[in-house]
Design a protein around this ligand. Structure first.
Ligand SMILES: Nc1ncnc2c1ncn2[C@@H]1O[C@H](COP(=O)(O)OP(=O)(O)OP(=O)(O)O)[C@@H](O)[C@H]1O
Ligand SMILES: [Mg+2]
Length: 285
């Protein structure tokens, strides 16, 4: 990933910039199931995720948090908006390297968004293929990118160690692990392609409280050791407070507040954020 190393490690540019992002879902009806109208799940959302930082997205159920992150990895289409990764424009799942630099015009190269951005889901039980061994789960995406099987296997071993799972796990199947171990396997899988950004959608909600802390520490360590930037979705305001550098508050698809975690969580300006925090009395210092 030589081009990535060259283009994506300039600390001056934000890891991710989103401006005016809008996602609409078609509402179908009638006998023939025709599209009758559109529901706007994410409405004109703008934010910046700085390199090596954790930005949390909070808001009540159904406000569009998952839809927002899904649109960032192409799982749902964007209806409008500008999306940049490390200063480079993203279009149709491709990062257009050097499109803006006059020198490289004509010699444009692109890499996939998935080379830079990986998503980890809420449910570690359904996000691992039950018929694949851990080794297959970890190495297949890398081999598909042209990496040799031996190199992919070496990286799988390295990452298992990083997420504190014994290397003997390589020949096992997902059902042989606990929930917390499975989520660590999901994290290892997401790290295989050496991403620069992780999108974590309620990654601890399905786990026991004692295991939640291990996963959160692991994410924080990854940020500190690898400089990975994290977009973190959680309903747990105490976790958000402990982990985040910045916070984005969503309400019915809109951003109502965006700023430093200390500012937003201690001195919220918007009425909705105040209500959200008031419902969690233990959050105040
Ligand atoms: N594929 C879809 N088709 C139509 N509507 C959808 C689709 N996915 C989500 N929605 C709607 O978009 C809105 C936002 O959903 P989303 O899953 O993003 O919410 P959320 O903030 O992640 O909620 P939660 O905290 O419960 O996970 C909801 O009203 C939901 O019903
Ligand atoms: Mg969600």
């Amino acid at each position: 990933m030589g081009t990535q190393a060259k283009s994506f490690e300039n600390g001056a540019v934000p890891a991710m910039e989103v401006a005016g992002l809008t996602v609409k879902f078609p509402m179908r009806g009638g006998v023939f199931g025709k599209v009758q109208s559109y529901f706007t799940a994410v409405d004109n959302v703008s934010f910046t995720l700085e390199q090596g930082k954790i930005l949390s997205v909070v808001g009540e159920s159904g406000c569009g948090k998952s839809t927002l992150v899904k649109s960032l990895v192409g799982l749902v289409p964007m209806a409008a908006g500008e999306y940049r990764l490390f200063g480079e424009k993203v279009r149709n799942g491709k990062v257009l390297l050097g499109e803006d630099s006059a020198a490289s015009k004509g010699a444009q190269k692109a890499c996939r968004v998935s080379d830079l951005v990986q998503m980890i889901f809420q449910d570690p039980f359904s996000s691992l293929n039950p018929r694949q061994t851990v080794e297959e789960i970890l190495t297949v995406p890398l081999v598909a990118r042209g990496v040799t099987a031996a190199a992919a296997s070496a990286r799988a071993r390295e990452l298992l160690e990083r997420v504190s799972i014994p290397v003997a796990a390589l020949q096992k199947f997902p059902h042989e692990f606990s929930g917390g171990q499975r989520q660590r396997l999901c994290i290892a899988r997401s790290l295989m392609v050496n991403p620069k950004i992780l999108l974590c959608d309620e990654v601890t909600s399905a786990l026991d409280v004692s295991v939640q802390a291990q996963i959160l520490h692991l994410l924080d360590d990854l940020r500190n050791e690898l400089g990975i930037s994290i977009l973190f979705i959680s309903h747990d305001m105490q976790v958000v407070r402990a982990l985040s550098d910045d916070v984005l508050v969503m309400y019915f698809g809109h951003v109502v507040e965006h700023g430093a975690a200390d500012q937003v969580l201690v001195n919220p300006q918007h009425e909705y954020t105040q209500k959200l925090l008031a419902s969690v009395p233990t959050i105040r210092r």
